[in-house]
Design a protein around this ligand. Structure first.
Ligand code: C2O
Length: 509
């Protein structure tokens, strides 16, 4: 399977479509002339003007009166009052929320090109960008915003203005909490071809873990970013920008997103300070919302220069028009075993479930078919397309099936959310076993309360990818998997909390 991180996937995917789609369906809606271009914060020089601009926007939004809906606190209250988690609206809701916020930033600083940078936790050790310590307006301590709030959507918020990790410390550095942010964890998610798994895994693993790892210090009240008021921390917006970027990257690879039905009536505020109604479905085309990501480049321009396309009458047309309809998944998921845990999982204590499974070896040697989107890099396109590579564009490619555990009906019974590492058949598992251990498979984390408004319909669910551990530990011939969950709170030595799981299903896809 292709697990190489691809910063150039947009161009590649665009090229796939150009070569493969015989009848591209052009959309009527032209993208805005000027797109705001979001860049990778950790790859910008410390003195890049974007950090000063963002600091200025934060300051100006704090200075607005509380009667102005663009005020910093009012913006964070939108999240506490309305945010949607644990379901398909997670991605479109937050995409619209960021889009409106970004335009407000641009408006208050008088720069409509302002684009949020994103915090790519898979780079290096995933440190919080230095500017978030060096510029006082980008810290939480400087503002010391009050953290008490209560709303049906997110009851009993009580937080303080701190972060749990300091300058230069990466989210990957913690031996127990860091496994959610590695390039291999992220690539496993990007390799999903169904929206339901992609969405759940992106939310349940790096997204939730980011809130928990930055939001929960070992003692005392949580930091703002660990709560429904998380947007009080200027870092929140960069964290979500990266979540949004990964969704965009996944879309660009030709994957099809679910159809969204919701109307978010009056949820958001535009740059003029007015409430707006937006449709979830309108989140799909981010270029039509007015922004893009730098990694995507300008594929039409590159391809035009390369002589591949000559007559694109309207290069403003959204490149999605040229993407392959969807990546193919030939084989339906196959159920391999199920298990119903009877005991709750306690933080700091290994929970082990012996789950009988059928046909692991056959399933691992079976294949699934996806469209090959591993295409030439931008530089190759710039210098003229390599015909051999071009011939591969959009070809179906056989890749191995993967084995997953699907945890359903998961309910957290404590206020402090743990991160949970999933191991397979580890004979020496302890609360200190690091995510770098060969038996480590995947991780997930909890974020958001059980809301009074009942947004967590049907409980939480998580998907974990067991494939690599099955191969590395050599469990291909196993008739039972010993699935071990090790939950870790902020203080490894003082474990508190527990959660229950209704069922665990092992399947291949
Ligand atoms: Cu609605 Cu990451 O939060």
């Amino acid at each position: 399977m292709n697990t190489g991180p691809s910063r150039r996937r947009f161009c590649q995917a665009a090229a796939v479509g150009l070569a493969a789609a015989s009848m591209p369906t052009l959309r009527a809606q032209p993208a805005p002339a000027m797109l705001r271009v979001r860049k990778s914060a950790l790859e910008l020089p410390a003195g890049d003007p974007i950090f000063a601009k963002y600091a200025d926007a934060v300051k100006k939004m704090h200075a607005l009166p509380a009667t102005d809906k663009r005020n910093w606190r009012r913006q964070a209250e939108i999240h506490a009052d309305r945010c949607v988690h644990n379901g398909i609206d997670f991605l479109p809701w937050h995409r619209h929320y960021l889009n409106q916020f970004e335009k407000i930033c641009g408006q208050v600083i008088g720069d409509p090109t302002f684009a949020l940078p994103y915090w790519d936790w898979s780079l290096g050790r995933g440190k919080i960008p230095d500017a978030f310590f060096d510029r006082k307006e980008l810290t939480v301590e400087h503002w010391n915003d009050p953290g008490v709030y209560d709303t049906p959507n997110w009851p009993d918020i009580d937080t303080r203005a701190i972060r749990a990790i300091g300058k230069g410390v990466g989210v990957q550095d913690h031996p127990q909490h860091g496994g959610s942010f590695t390039a291999s964890a992220i690539n496993s998610i990007l390799n999903e071809t169904t929206f339901s798994r992609f969405n759940r895994r992106l939310e349940g693993t790096p997204h939730n873990a980011g809130h928990v790892v930055v939001g929960f210090p070992p003692t005392g009240k949580p930091g703002h970013i660990g709560s429904g008021l998380s947007p009080l921390d200027p870092l929140f917006w960069l964290h979500h920008c990266n979540v949004d970027r990964l969704w965009a990257q996944w879309q660009m690879a030709g994957n099809t997103t679910a159809s969204f039905m919701q109307l978010y009536q009056g949820h958001f505020v535009n740059e003029a300070g007015q409430s707006v109604d937006v449709k979830a479905a309108d989140a799909l085309d981010f270029r039509a919302l007015g922004y893009t990501y730098q990694q995507f480049g300008d594929p039409i321009e590159l391809l035009r220069r390369a002589g591949t396309i000559r007559n694109i009458a309207d290069s403003g047309r959204w490149i999605d028009s040229f993407l392959p309809a969807n990546r193919i998944e030939a084989a339906a998921p196959a159920a391999l075993g199920t298990f119903k845990p009877t005991e709750a999982v306690e933080v700091g204590i290994a929970a082990a479930f012996e789950i009988p499974v059928r046909n692991l070896r056959e399933q691992l040697s079976a294949t699934r078919t996806i469209l090959d989107t591993s295409l030439p890099p931008v530089s190759a396109i710039k210098n003229g397309l390599d015909e051999k590579m071009l011939a591969q564009f959009g070809r179906p490619k056989e890749t191995s099936r993967r084995i997953f555990a699907h945890l359903k009906g998961v309910a957290l019974e404590s206020a402090t959310p743990p991160t949970v590492n999933v191991f397979l058949n580890c004979p020496y598992l302890s609360p200190r076993t690091p995510y770098t251990d060969v038996h480590f498979a995947d991780s997930f984390a909890f974020f958001s309360h059980e809301s009074r408004a009942g947004h967590d319909h049907g409980g939480r669910e998580f998907f974990v990818d067991l494939t690599k551990a099955i191969q590395d530990v050599d469990l291909k011939a196993a008739e039972k998997l010993k699935l071990q969950l090790m939950a870790a709170g902020p203080d490894i030595d003082k474990p508190v909390g527990k959660f229950s799981i209704q069922s665990i299903e092992i399947f291949s896809a």
